[in-house]
Design a protein around this ligand. Structure first.
Ligand code: GLV
Ligand code: MN
Ligand code: MN
Length: 379
């Protein structure tokens, strides 16, 4: 919802228009390009992803799924094919959630998992209000939420992890996606002189923030398996060399494929925060910014993707997604699955993010074959 986001959205809308698609923008700013099918009675097949990015992101995360969706439409146009079902290419608002939590917000609101007004009132980490930001870039649309009830949703995305690249496999067929727990932790201690305050008299918010970062690393190591844990953002006040920090605000990102284990990680963190507040004499408050249970994708749809990859001569393997995706929200309303392509060295949320052009094309071809087959089905 920045000026750059507007430029990206404008580019996509122009491309949809030039492909003869009708364009719909809903009340949370999701954009849908529609390519009509032969039978308006049949539910459409939907694909898409997001074009927003974390501030330090790369070019492929999200964009691949949207641009490949448009390329599928262009390819069908060139071949003179009109499918039985309509094809809808979706661009979901605020998938990243790094500025306005939670992540996958546009798709979450679309499927009825979050109240629209609550979403529009969300405040960014820089203070801006989401609804106003959406107005300012001209994408506060008027289409109702959940306008299309898809027959199926398929999202193509870069893996954002190292597995496909390391194994030399071309296509990941995503079976499931891990649960996500984001918390904001605010610590209030006492600001004091760094030189004169004896160590045992400190109520040091900076120290407490660092202790939390060390604890979650240790927690993930101790739990093992799929547990991951990150402190990605820390703000200290007053943030000066010779002043004990009075206030710290940090984020914790916990993820696991197993809901019971994710809950266990949350409980262990809460216990640690309690003990830390006692031992350091600081107050610690934590608020949930996002909480999503692990998601199982549709097995038949995943099998269909694997079959098309194999038919195209592309090596493929089942995968779990470590990242959150709009597909996990669409899975609440229709059969959903995802296609992954390799990320070189597994680098993502980093400007160095890269996928070989041939791998982008391979992923887009699997998307094309899968969408075409889905869109030709009757009821
Ligand atoms: C969002 O895309 C996330 O996985 O953090
Ligand atoms: Mn993404
Ligand atoms: Mn991302």
């Amino acid at each position: 919802m920045t000026e750059d986001d507007r430029l990206g959205r404008d580019w996509i809308v122009a491309r949809m228009n030039s492909l003869g698609m009708s364009v719909v923008v809903d009340r949370i700013g999701n954009i849908f390009g529609v390519r009509p099918g032969l039978d308006p009675q049949l539910a459409p097949v939907m694909t898409g992803s997001h074009i927003d990015t974390v501030r330090s992101g790369g070019a492929y995360d999200g964009n691949l799924g949207v641009l490949a969706g448009l390329e599928v439409v262009a390819t069908l146009d060139e071949a003179g094919i009109q499918t039985a079902r309509s094809l809808v290419v979706a661009v979901f608002t605020n998938e990243e959630g790094a500025r306005f939590a939670p992540d996958m917000m546009g798709s979450l609101v679309y499927v009825g998992g979050m109240d629209l007004d609550q979403a529009l009132q969300t405040r960014a980490i820089d203070g801006e209000v989401l609804g106003q930001a959406l107005q300012a870039i001209g994408y506060a649309g008027d289409a109702p939420l959940g306008l299309f009830r898809p027959d199926a949703f398929v999202e193509l995305h870069i893996e954002q992890g190292p597995v496909l690249d390391m194994e030399g496999v071309k296509i990941g067929v995503v079976q499931n996606l891990q649960g996500i727990s984001w918390q904001r932790v605010v610590i209030i201690g006492q600001s004091n002189h760094a030189g004169t305050t004896p160590m045992h008299l400190r109520h040091d918010s900076g120290y407490a923030a660092s202790a939390i970062a060390c604890f979650v690393r240790e927690l993930a190591r101790d739990m093992g398996g799929d547990q991951v844990a990150t402190v990605g953002k820390v703000d200290l006040t007053p943030n000066l060399v010779n002043v004990i920090a009075s206030r710290a605000e940090l984020t914790v990102d916990l993820r696991n494929t197993d809901e019971a284990l994710l809950k266990q990680a949350e409980v262990r963190l809460a216990e640690f925060l309690y003990k830390l507040s006692e031992s350091e004499g600081v107050s610690i408050d934590s608020t949930s910014l996002a909480r999503f249970e692990p998601v199982q994708f549709d097995t038949a749809l995943a099998d269909r993707i694997a079959r098309h990859a194999t038919l195209l001569g592309l090596s493929n393997r089942p995968m779990t997604s470590g990242a959150g995706h709009d597909a996990q929200m669409l899975a609440r309303i229709c059969p959903t699955a995802m296609i992954f392509v390799p990320s070189v060295k597994g680098i993502s949320h980093n400007p160095a993010e890269f996928t070989e052009p041939d791998d982008l094309v391979a992923g887009a071809n699997v998307l094309l074959a899968t969408l075409y087959e889905l869109a030709q089905r009757g009821n």
